[in-house]
Ligand binder design. Structure first.
Ligand SMILES: Nc1nc2c(ncn2[C@@H]2O[C@H](COP(=O)(O)OP(=O)(O)OP(=O)(O)O)[C@@H](O)[C@H]2O)c(=O)[nH]1
Ligand SMILES: [Mg+2]
Length: 197
């Protein structure tokens, strides 16, 4: 399962960028280092694949280590935002690597699966870790993925909304499968990035 096999695996890229370096450029052309965190199987790689390539692959592999992709979007005010995306591996054995990827990140997208309550608990764990060790001023989004599986829903929308609100996060439910709210997720993040001028 997973979507990572079709993504390039570039573990050798720069990891330790400062926050200044990770959300920069002029006010019209922003650049932001973004990290995705969350339990294995919640759909992080599928969200990235949908956002970057417009595809959904139900048959590919779990992520090993992390993979890197970038994608630029244009906002209505003609600002462009280049997202430099680190898609981390959710399997427990990779948990110790996470700081390498969230260090210096301007944006953290914490993902859970609306059909798996344990993944919502894991999301809360990542939020706490980011609050302790993430960049000051990091923009955080809480994402309930697999919204297409609403008949198997185990985490209510309200639980997501409440947790996000308490922690100053942006909240959205998405489906990488149907593409529902995937572009909106990144557009809302882009709007929340600090502007230098
Ligand atoms: N129904 C449904 N299935 C999804 C969705 N997103 C991902 N999946 C499925 O969930 C499984 C896991 O997706 P991945 O994107 O690989 O999960 P991951 O979070 O990257 O997992 P790790 O790389 O191990 O951390 C795959 O079988 C996907 O096809 C979605 O929005 N809806
Ligand atoms: Mg993955």
């Amino acid at each position: 399962m997973g979507c990572s096999s079709s993504l390039p695996d570039r573990n050798t890229g720069r990891l330790g960028a400062s926050l200044e370096d990770s959300a920069s450029a002029d006010s019209k052309n922003l650049r932001a280092k973004l990290v995705l965190l969350g339990d294995s199987g919640v759909g992080k790689s599928c969200i990235v694949l949908r956002f970057v390539r417009g595809q959904f692959d139900p048959t590919s592999k779990v992520t090993v280590g992390a993979s890197f992709l970038s994608q630029t979007i244009a906002l209505q005010d003609s600002t462009t935002v280049k997202f430099e995306i680190w898609d981390t591996a959710g399997q427990e054995r990779y948990a110790a690597l996470a700081p390498l990827y969230y260090r210096g990140a301007a944006v953290a997208v914490v993902v859970y699966d609306i059909t798996v309550p344990e993944s919502f608990n894991k999301a809360q764990y990542w939020v706490k870790e980011l609050q302790k060790h993430g960049s000051p001023g990091i923009v955080m989004a809480l994402v309930g993925n697999k919204a297409d599986l609403h008949e198997s829903r185990k985490v209510s929308v309200q639980d997501g909304v409440d947790y996000a609100e308490k922690n100053g996060m942006f909240f959205i439910e998405t489906s990488a499968k149907t593409a529902d709210n995937i572009n909106q997720l990144f557009e809302e993040i882009a709007k929340r990035l600090p502007r230098t001028s």
